[in-house]
Design a protein around this ligand. Structure first.
Ligand code: ZN
Length: 580
């Protein structure tokens, strides 16, 4: 990035020297997008109740794009407006793309991702929807061709339910793949399947001790069959070595490239340890990051945190990798009843979850990080978890008022007591939320919380109305990061099957304008980039997402069709990083 900027500057200087006859070519665009439905978001934000402001391109006929073309040069937006004027920036080196009516919005940001986790998942042999053992073995044989002998081949996704009448064993797998240890985890992680090389590498024999609550299947010969259930799965899982540096790098790129393919121009990575950070730093130095990465350091890696406290937050915010945030973990998840609640779980009396010290949260280090100028992004799910997190942030603000300006975030902000909802706005804390989580949790969330507390859960509208800033994201790979799923969830509060009718606690729905801003303008604010990104306007970064559906129009005319959307093009810093 810095190199590109420096070269651009040289080009400008060179241009100045022979100014008289090259004045026009200095105006040339590298890329011109025409014939598009461009929503610049360069109008007043919707009111806190979602009301559309007069400056928005909206009237009694609904939404309409506010431009049709964008011209780009040197990583920046040069022009936005109509086709004719944009084409005036065309010169010999310009690439002109007729988008045939596709929609262009500011580059999408997934403000809470785990790209290494996503990459690791993509790197595994994928057995999801594979019907038979033979088919699975064929896929593993194929993978073995590109893996050095002796190295592990890991996969996941064979369906322990669907395969229950014909469970696999080691026989076919061992003869087809004799020279690589193989471990294939089932779809729901309740079963594991390996070959003889895996058993040998793990030192597993008929005499091995099986963990309580687990089962190691034996074959007719009395030897381990290669199939393990429940807690016995760890007998194989635990011997798979940690990924090598090379593998981590490959997985980071796989994850980031997938995000580019899926329309994202930037990710906020929620919790990086020293090794992950060094992989990203190396990729950045080699100019290989396909999308921008806003790094949140893991508070759990104290050595890494100490190093950064000494160094201070990144000030070079133009870089493709920016580090100025720290991810803290305050409580656990609602589904597994680990989220900390103020009162007992409705479906488990006497139980309120865990938080803070009990969950490994280092409060003193958290305060130090805040005082060193970092933004804290604190994971809090339950209403007690959120209240305690707010108390902790507020106490540090009192000790050192300069810390209050750093746009601290609560990640998930999933269940919040009505008394605490206004505090986010008052304290300037961003609620960083996943619209799809509401749709995935709705079947059991009310059982956990009861009919009253559920009103403060996934409460996007209540939070906005109380003055909190929002940013939307996926928390992948645990949840599907498709932007179409994200927008559909936010706009309809319905799942992928359009259930329930009218939307789940529909009063919390977002408008199309709010939903799109949640993944663009508001995410830019959450990463201190509101002057560079989030709006399509000359002088800003040329980060753009092109899709084949218009979410603004569809929100009114057929929101289910948003789910059928596809990404057409992803542009980061003026470069096309994905094109369908
Ligand atoms: Zn996460």
């Amino acid at each position: 990035m810095k190199l590109i900027k420096a070269l651009a500057l040289l080009a400008i200087l060179a241009g100045c020297a022979e100014e008289s006859d090259t004045a026009n070519s200095n105006e040339g665009a590298s890329l011109i997008l025409t014939n598009a439905r461009v929503y610049t978001l360069n109008w007043d934000e919707p009111g806190l109740d979602g009301s559309i402001k007069a400056s928005a391109p909206h009237d009694e006929n609904g939404w309409r794009p506010d431009a049709e073309a964008v011209a780009i040069r040197d990583g920046e937006i040069l022009f936005v407006g109509n086709d004719q004027e944009a084409l005036a920036f065309k010169d010999n080196s310009s690439r002109v793309v007729d988008l045939a009516g596709a929609t262009v919005i500011p580059g999408l940001v997934d403000s809470h991702t785990h790209v290494f986790g996503l990459g690791a998942l993509l790197d595994k042999v994928n057995l999801v929807d594979v019907a038979t053992e033979e088919e699975a073995v064929a896929l593993i044989v194929e993978r073995a061709k590109s893996v050095p002998e002796g190295e592990w081949i890991v996969g996941r996704g064979w369906d322990e339910g669907a395969w229950a009448n014909a469970y696999p064993d080691k026989a076919l797998l061992s003869s087809a793949v004799p020279n690589h240890p193989v471990f294939m985890e089932s779809l729901h992680s309740f079963a594991g399947w390996g070959n003889q090389a895996a058993l040998d590498t793990a030192g597993i024999t008929a005499e091995s001790e099986v963990p309580v609550g687990g089962e190691m299947r034996l074959g007719a010969d009395g030897q381990p069959s290669g199939l393990f259930f429940n807690r016995a799965v760890q007998m194989l899982r635990n011997v798979v070595p940690k990924p090598s540096r090379e593998t981590l790098t490959k997985q980071a790129l796989l994850g980031l490239e997938q995000m580019a393919t899926d329309g994202y121009t930037a990710v906020h990575d929620a919790g990086l340890d020293a090794e992950a950070m060094s992989v990203l730093e190396e990729l950045e130095a080699a100019d290989e990051l396909p999308v921008r990465v806003y790094a949140m350091l893991s508070l759990r890696d104290e050595d890494l945190i100490r190093k950064w406290i000494e160094k201070g937050p990144d000030s070079d915010t133009d870089s493709m990798l920016v580090t100025r945030a720290v991810k803290a973990y305050y409580d656990a998840a609602l589904g597994s009843r680990g989220a900390r609640l103020l009162y007992d779980y409705a479906d488990k009396p006497g139980h309120r979850g865990i938080s803070g010290d009990g969950y490994g949260f280092n409060q003193a280090l958290n305060a130090e990080v805040m005082k060193a100028g970092f933004q804290i992004a604190i994971h809090a799910i339950g209403d007690a978890g959120n209240r305690e997190a707010l108390d902790i942030l507020e106490a540090v603000f009192k000790e050192d008022p300069s810390t209050a300006k750093n746009r601290h975030r609560i990640e998930h902000a999933q269940v919040i007591s009505p008394e605490d909802i206004p505090r986010l706005g008052q304290l300037g804390i961003i609620a960083s939320m996943e619209p799809p989580h509401a749709m995935e949790d709705k079947t059991w969330a009310e059982e956990r919380l009861g009919s009253e507390r559920i009103l403060g859960a996934y409460a996007w509208r209540s939070l906005r109305e109380a003055g909190a800033s929002l940013t939307f994201n996926s928390d992948n790979p645990g949840s599907d990061h498709s932007i179409f799923y994200g927008l559909h969830s936010a706009i309809t509060r319905q799942d992928k099957n359009q259930q329930p009718e009218g939307g789940w606690y529909a009063e919390q729905k977002m408008t199309a304008d709010e939903a799109v801003r949640g993944y663009t303008t508001w995410s830019a604010y959450a990463s201190f980039r509101e002057d560079d990104a989030g709006i399509i306007e000359p002088g800003r970064w040329a980060d753009l997402t092109v899709m084949n559906v218009d979410p603004f129009v569809l929100a009114d005319e057929g929101p289910a069709d948003i789910l059928r959307g596809q990404i057409v093009m992803t542009i980061v810093n003026g470069e096309v990083v994905y094109e369908r």
